[in-house]
Design a protein around this ligand. Structure first.
Ligand code: ZN
Ligand code: ZN
Length: 110
């Protein structure tokens, strides 16, 4: 399984749906990926539990990779501390550098 890019990530997947939550490294704001239904490999019915578990694990991994990539667009990467933070935690406008988190901006301003 891929490592999530945020420090905290939660797997909200269930038996027939894949969903992941990512959290802002600074304030913990949650962002959830769009739920993806488990397709059972495209088979209408899978009788073998072992096969079903394998299919689930496979789709689960793929769904996580997708969610991880998608989540990156909802967070901002601070080039100073390396944290992934939400928009309110990111210094998007105003004076000074705009590619750092507000924590690093405050430190720089001191
Ligand atoms: Zn935040
Ligand atoms: Zn920072």
């Amino acid at each position: 399984m891929l490592v999530p890019f945020t420090k905290k990530c939660m797997d909200c997947s269930e038996e027939d749906i894949f969903c992941f939550a990512f959290y802002c490294d600074r304030c913990g704001l949650e962002w959830r990926s769009a739920p993806v239904p488990f397709s059972r490999g495209g088979f209408s019915e899978v009788k073998d539990d072992e096969v079903l578990a394998l299919l689930w694990a496979d789709e689960h991994r793929a769904a996580f990779e997708r969610a991880n990539r998608e989540a990156m667009f909802h967070f901002n990467h601070c080039c100073v501390c390396g944290q992934w933070v939400c928009d309110p935690c990111f210094h998007l406008s105003g004076d000074g550098p705009t590619d750092i988190c507000i924590g690093c901006r405050d430190t720089a301003a001191e």
